[in-house]
Every structure is written in structure tokens, then in C-alpha cells.
Design a protein around this ligand. Structure first.
Ligand code: ZN
Length: 186
């Protein structure tokens, strides 16, 4: 089932997600709905907050993006990133490389807004899966960026928080308008 995507101005986007302690039918069905919602919106990632749940749960799929490569090492083995998609990640813990790189980013909660954001060039991530396994992965390229963006969502952090002050100032009136529209529709 496709779910409505919460937009900037909705306070749930600022909520820190609770740990998912147990994978039950409710979590499985939410994850399936989040995948459908993300794919339908042509997104590469979606966090539970964006569909109204303050939980440590995110879905990612970069397999349809051809012009921004990724690398992935999954449980110690180099893996074709596209083949490992989509990913459903619970309670992710992220370690960031020191080196950063700037890249274009958007967010399904901010329609038609993109900005250059500095992110770590690569990440190491540990998370649980719907099957109750623990996965460890290292990612670089687009996948690294998406994982950082989604992990931020799970902690109530939005990509506008990481924009340069110049970019934020240039988008200020638009952000204000979006926030106002969201609040009016609630
Ligand atoms: Zn986002």
C-alpha cells in the first residue's frame, strides 16, 4: 500500500526514531509499504519518519540510478550494489570516513528542492534486517550518501540542516512556503 509522504513542516520529521526491538507483522507490513511508496515516488531512500512513524527503520534502493556509481562490501565481500537492492535496514549504526565530498541531494519530503551537501566519502554501517540478521557493510559513492541521508532522518535531522548557510539563505523563502503549506494541510 502506498503511504502519504510527510512533508517539511510536519513535526514527525524532527522526531528521533525508537529502536525496533521486535520484527512483527506490523513492522514487516510497514517496510513493504515503505518500499512501494519509495519506488512509486522514484526515490532512492525513505525513512519511517517520512511516512509518520518515529522508528529506526529505513529502506534504500539505488539500483535504478545509472549515472552515480556506488561500491558496496557486504559482510566482508565485494558485492554488486544494484544486486543487493532494495535494502530494509533496522536500527542502523553508522561510522563515517573523515574525508568528505560534495554532491547533489534531494528529499521526498522537500518536493523539487535539491542542494549540494557535504557528506563523508564512505561509511561503515551495521544494521539488523527483517530476517533478524545483523548486516555489516561498507559503502561509497551514491549509496554512502543515501545511507547518511536516511540515518539522519532516523535521528530527526534533515538535509537542509547540512546545507551551507548560503544555500539555506537562497532556499529560505521556499522552505518557509513549504512549511506553511504543510501545516495548513494538517
Ligand atoms: Zn530525505
Amino acid at each position: 500500500m502506498r503511504l502519504p509522504i510527510r512533508k517539511y513542516g510536519d513535526p514527525i520529521l524532527r522526531a528521533k526514531g525508537k529502536r525496533v526491538e521486535k520484527v512483527d507483522e506490523r513492522i514487516r507490513s510497514l517496510a513493504a509499504d515503505m518500499l512501494e511508496t519509495m519506488h512509486d515516488a522514484n526515490g532512492v531512500g525513505l525513512a519511517a519518519q517520512q511516512v509518520g512513524h518515529a522508528l529506526q527503520l529505513t529502506v534504500v534502493d539505488i539500483s535504478q540510478v545509472e549515472d552515480r556509481p556506488s561500491t558496496l562490501t557486504l559482510d566482508g565481500e565485494e558485492t554488486d550494489p544494484a544486486g543487493a537492492m532494495p535494502m530494509v535496514l533496522l536500527n542502523p549504526k553508522l561510522s563515517l570516513a573523515d574525508e568528505t565530498v560534495s554532491g547533489s541531494e534531494g528529499c521526498l519530503s522537500f518536493p523539487d528542492l535539491t542542494a549540494e551537501i557535504d557528506r563523508a566519502v564512505s561509511v561503515t554501517l551495521e544494521a539488523e534486517t527483517l530476517e533478524g540478521k545483523t548486516v555489516r557493510l561498507e559503502a561509497a559513492g551514491l549509496l554512502s550518501r543515501v545511507l547518511q541521508h536516511e540515518a539522519d532522518h532516523l535521528n530527526g535531522i534533515l538535509f537542509i540542516d547540512r546545507m551551507s548557510s548560503v544555500a539555506k539563505a537562497s532556499h529560505a523563502s521556499r522552505l518557509k512556503r513549504l512549511q506553511k503549506e504543510t501545516v495548513q494541510q494538517m
